[in-house]
Design a binder for this molecule. Sequence first.
Ligand code: DC
Length: 230
Amino acid sequence: MERRLVITVDGPAGSGKSTVSRILAKRISYMYLDTGLLYRAVAWRAMHNGVFITDDEALGRLCDGITIPQETDGEMRVLVEGADISGDLRTEEVGMLASSLSAVPAVREALLPLQKSAGRQGGIVAEGRDMGTVVFPDADVKFFLDADVDERARRRYLQLIENGKNADRGEVKRGLEVRDHQDTTREIAPLKPADDSVIIDTTGTDIEGVVVKMAGIVEERARGGSGPVC
Ligand code: DC
């Protein structure tokens, strides 16, 4: 592949976007950027520093000293003031708080330059909620992944069980619905497909099938074609 593209992947929690973005990035030797980890890192800091969700200024300051997530030993790692807190970020509690504080303008503004700088050279698969709409509006290829909420809850539940966590499927589904509502209705950078995105419904589709479809579209665009419009 000649041109180093900027590829964005947005979608709700459990849509499969993290898994397929990571595989796709590996397959085409691009960098994978998991922006959810940045919001989770801010949430973790807010919890540990006792910062309230209403304290916009303090939340904005918590974004200082957070690094671009990088893969080390097969795990995506994010550093906060040099400390690796990655292992604490994948809980439902942190995810829910991340969703709440991601609606705070000071947080979104503070994290924006960091995300943009990661994509400056191209060669990136950037995943999140507003990659194609706000962070990389001129991206070469934009995907929006979605899936039925029951299917997303099933995936998230199995993931938690696999990681040795206690989980209740109904509760997981309710949590996803709350997060969907928060992420899609916030005033700044709400979760929505960019007008020029390729929308893929991953319900009932295997990961490999989705990755192959995405890789085909990326290859077509890298060769200069406009690619299929779905
Ligand atoms: O992808 P995730 O579940 O790790 O993201 C956690 C929360 O962070 C998500 O519910 C909303 C927020 N987020 C965001 O607002 N914008 C992004 N680009 C990525 C995540």
